[in-house]
Design a protein around this ligand. Structure first.
Ligand SMILES: C[S@@+](CC[C@H](N)C(=O)[O-])C[C@H]1O[C@@H](n2cnc3c(N)ncnc32)[C@H](O)[C@@H]1O
Length: 240
């Protein structure tokens, strides 16, 4: 009898957690909806950063006013970030790296629909065999750095780095290389966001980045933020 009651309570707690998480995502969705004018539709799929994670990125951009942003993996994030930069008239450097030519074309089309094309530089970089100094364990591939280097290497520093690509199934530890690639162009003031850290390999990636950078990490439900402990807490509103 007691065991059944304990199990019932456990299930209730789990259900409550799911309800709270759903409410948090709904709150973030509403926040994002108010952002474009009426009649817009921004495609968001299960491959997109969650609404909460997108609001987190926008909070960082709005408060910290980064001078330079880079994201790996274009999509809804690209559109929302470009829109915020347009609204705030921030003419800062925002680079979005994409590996799929068709997806890049689609994002370009979406950007044009909202007149956002001047607020982001989209780079098409296919996923190819990865140099040994960028690899982790049995990782085999990453974006083609010969294409990335001419655009990215002249830039001094990245303040915000969003890593949501390459897609997880492309190779083991597919997203690891972002850190060694940008290590010299980042600092203790850079903020790193890695999505899908509920997966074991992404968990390991962020632990490894943290070990190498000495930065602090905060896990959210599906993503992790790595940053200097002294920076503001810019996590979106949520019911705990
Ligand atoms: C996790 S997605 C990036 C999502 C993006 N940051 C967003 O918030 O929408 C990583 C890569 O998967 C591919 N991709 C994006 N959406 C997809 C979809 N709905 N189905 C299949 N592949 C997708 C693109 O090549 C993208 O760069």
């Amino acid at each position: 009898m007691i065991n059944r009651f304990k199990s019932f309570l456990k299930d209730m707690r789990q259900d409550l957690k799911i309800i709270k998480s759903g409410q948090n995502q709904l709150w973030a969705t509403q926040k994002l909806q108010s952002f474009f004018s009426e009649g817009h539709f921004i495609p968001q799929t299960s491959w997109s950063l969650s609404p909460q994670a997108i609001v987190h990125c926008l909070n960082i951009i709005s408060i910290n006013k980064p001078k330079s942003i880079i994201e790996f993996g274009s999509g809804a994030t690209t559109l929302y970030i470009a829109k915020l930069l347009q609204l705030r008239k921030h003419k800062i450097s925002f680079i979005s790296v994409e590996s799929d030519p068709q997806w890049k074309m689609e994002i370009e089309r979406q950007l044009q629909l909202y007149n956002l094309q001047d607020y982001v530089t989209l780079i098409l970089a296919p996923i190819i065999e990865c140099a040994t100094d960028l690899r982790y364990k049995d990782q085999e591939t990453w974006y083609d750095v010969q294409i990335l280097n001419p655009v990215i290497k002249p830039l001094e520093h990245f303040d915000l780095i969003i890593v949501d690509g390459p897609f997880g199934g492309s190779t083991p530890f597919a997203r690891y290389s972002a850190f060694p690639f940008l290590e010299k162009q980042s600092s203790i003031d850079s903020i790193w966001i890695l999505d899908d850290t509920e997966r074991e390999q992404e968990k390991e990636i962020i632990r490894e980045w943290q070990r190498q950078s000495g930065l602090h990490k905060i896990d959210y439900k599906r993503y992790t933020v790595m940053k200097n402990n002294k920076q503001f807490d810019l996590a979106p509103y949520r019911i705990h």
